[in-house]
Structure formats: C-alpha cells, structure tokens
Design a protein around this ligand. Structure first.
Ligand code: AHG
Ligand code: MN
Ligand code: MN
Ligand code: MN
Length: 322
C-alpha cells in the first residue's frame, strides 16, 4: 500500500503542495487522536462562546481549529488561512504561496453522541500581485482550488483528496501513516438514495418540495423508483457515502432565514466538496448553477448545495430550471 506523500509525488504533484497536504494531515491526526479519547480527554461538550455564524462552539470545534491554525501557521508555505471558527482570515508568511480555508470540525452536533464528524479543507494559490494581506485574496471561485479534501473521523479515519487529477482515499493506519485504500473514485451515475433534512420540508422552495415529493411517490411516481433516505447531519459523512456508493445530498435554501442563500458555507464546505464530487464524475449545483462557478463575496458566505450522482442531480436541476 502506498503512503500519501509517495503517491502524490509519483503522480507529479507539486512538491510544495505535497508538503502542505502533509502539514494538514499532521493536524488531522492530532484531531483524530483527541476524538478517539473523547470523554477520557475531557474534550466533549460546549464552550460558552459563539462563532461568527452565531453557532455555539463545541469544545472540539475550538480544539480542532486551534490545532489546524497552529500547524498551518508554522509552515512558511502558508500565506493565510480562513476558518468557520475564525471571524476573519489569519495571515502567516507574507511570502507564502498558499491560502487554506477549512471547516475544522464538520457535523459538530454529532460529537457528543459519538457519531462521525470530519475536517474539510480547500487550498488556493495566492493570486499574482496580491501584496497586501487582506480577505480579497481568498475570494476566488471554487474552480481555482488547487486541491481540496476532507478527513472523515468514523470507525476509521479516511482522507479523501483531489489535486485536480481524480479522487483518492487514504486510510489512517496505526503507524500514523495515511495509506492509499481507494484509487480513482467514481460516483455511480444513477442512484435510489437521497439525503435531506426532511423536517425543513415546509420551508423549501416549491421546486424542491415537488422534487422530493416525487421521490417519495416511489416506483408509482414520475421517477419510477423506490428511493431510500439517509440523514447523518455531518456533510463529511454524507459526501463520503455519496462518493462510496452514489446518492444525492442536498441542503437547499429555506425560508427560515430568507436573507441567506443556504445553510452551508461556500468557501470551506460547498467548494471543497464540489471539487471532489466533480472530480469523481458527479455534479454539484446550487440547484440553479454550478457551485464551483459562484464568485464569492464574503469569506463566510453561504450557499445552497445539491450534489452527487450525475443523473439524479440533473433531475433535481430540471425541477428548478424548467
Ligand atoms: P458544522 O458542524 O461544521 O457547523 O456543519 C454542520 C452542517 C453540515 O455538516 C450538516 O450537513 C448540516 O449542518 C446539518 O444541519 P441540520 O442540523 O440542520 O440537519
Ligand atoms: Mn458549525
Ligand atoms: Mn460544517
Ligand atoms: Mn464546523
């Protein structure tokens, strides 16, 4: 089995990018260890603080953020980072080549019930001529990402990574190495499985309600299939399932907060996951257009997300763009 860094080097990945990904994995291994200890390490439960999104921070949201921040800022390749748990970007080496955005702990409502969570990351290059440290350098469309991925902390810890040449999975071994366990992941084009928080049904747009209602009609309905449903409430775990056996995952716009385009965040949830999904032959949309083409205006900008098996995402898109 191949080591992560050897695999990347053998596939002509820029050596500085390999080094940056290795750095990220140092942090993710530490997070995996803390999660494994759980209550024994006193890391469960919430803090008294809220993040910039108004969410109560779990202790592990803060711990994971601090580990990633420290490890990344120690690497001179890093010009800056932006995180769900940081109000503003944090800058490192002014000569650094890369920007990293991350969701330190995704699915954090699952921490205290010992269900899968993850870390999501996106890597961008500093645009040419960006001399001043400011947030603008981060505001690049998802297509500009040079790499993205997540680490799922489940029964095993799995890194799923793209550097723009397909998607590969690496499992964390007891030796502390990430070893290649699945190469060139391809999402099945068809599916009978969908994931959505059904409790928001009454808040969705009519188009989304019509689409889901048709799925629920099963083999007798217009889609002609009996669908199954899953909802883990960890985007990382849902995307991992979609990459592994196909499916559709969506967190659409809803009217609980009409001013926001969706719940999930573009720069460290929507974009990195969309690159993985596209690189694995799936599709990813806001329901109206490709997520990777959205021009960001804010670091914590939200986005409606629907992603997964190509034919199913195409069908969903059809309900929205008739
Ligand atoms: P985070 O824990 O990083 O704030 O993200 C949670 C997100 C995402 O992982 C998941 O798909 C969704 O929130 C779950 O939301 P609901 O609790 O509304 O179902
Ligand atoms: Mn959160
Ligand atoms: Mn998240
Ligand atoms: Mn999070």
């Amino acid at each position: 089995m191949q080591l992560l860094s050897n695999y990347l080097k053998h596939h002509d990945t820029d050596l500085e990018l390999v080094e940056l990904i290795d750095t990220l994995m140092i942090a993710c291994k530490e997070i995996a260890l803390q999660l494994r200890e759980g209550a024994l390490a006193g890391v469960l439960g919430t803090t008294e603080d809220t993040n910039v999104q108004g969410e109560t921070q779990k202790k592990l949201d803060v711990i994971a953020n601090d580990v990633l921040k420290k490890v990344l800022l120690d690497n001179p390749l890093v010009r800056g980072l932006a995180s769900e748990e940081e109000d503003d970007p944090v800058f490192g080496n002014p000569e650094g080549r890369y920007l990293v955005t991350f969701d330190p702990l995704d699915g954090s409502s699952n921490i205290d019930i010992n269900v899968s969570v993850g870390t999501i990351f996106s890597i961008l290059e500093v645009p040419e001529g960006a001399t001043e440290d400011n947030v603008d350098m981060f505001l690049q469309a998802g297509r500009k990402q040079v790499a993205s991925g997540y680490v799922l902390y489940g029964p095993s810890a799995v890194l799923t990574l793209t550097t723009g040449q397909g998607v590969n999975m690496f499992t964390l071994a007891h030796t502390g190495d990430f070893l290649l366990t699945r190469e060139n992941v391809q999402i099945p084009t068809q599916t009978k499985e969908f994931a959505i928080n059904m409790s928001n049904h009454r808040f969705w747009e009519p188009q989304m309600r019509n689409y889901i209602d048709d799925l629920l009609k099963g083999a007798e309905g217009p889609r002609g299939k009996n669908y199954n449903m899953r909802w883990i409430a960890s985007m990382v775990a849902e995307v991992h399932r979609v990459l592994t056996r196909g499916g559709l995952f969506t967190y659409p716009w809803d009217s609980r907060d009409p001013s926001k385009p969706g719940k999930l965040r573009l720069m460290y949830e929507g974009n990195p996951m969309s690159l993985l999904i596209e690189q694995a032959g799936g599709l990813s949309t806001t329901c109206y257009s490709d997520i990777l083409d959205v021009e960001p205006e804010h670091i914590h900008q939200r986005v409606a997300v629907a992603l997964g098996s190509k034919e199913e995402v195409d069908a969903l898109h059809g309900y929205h763009c008739k």
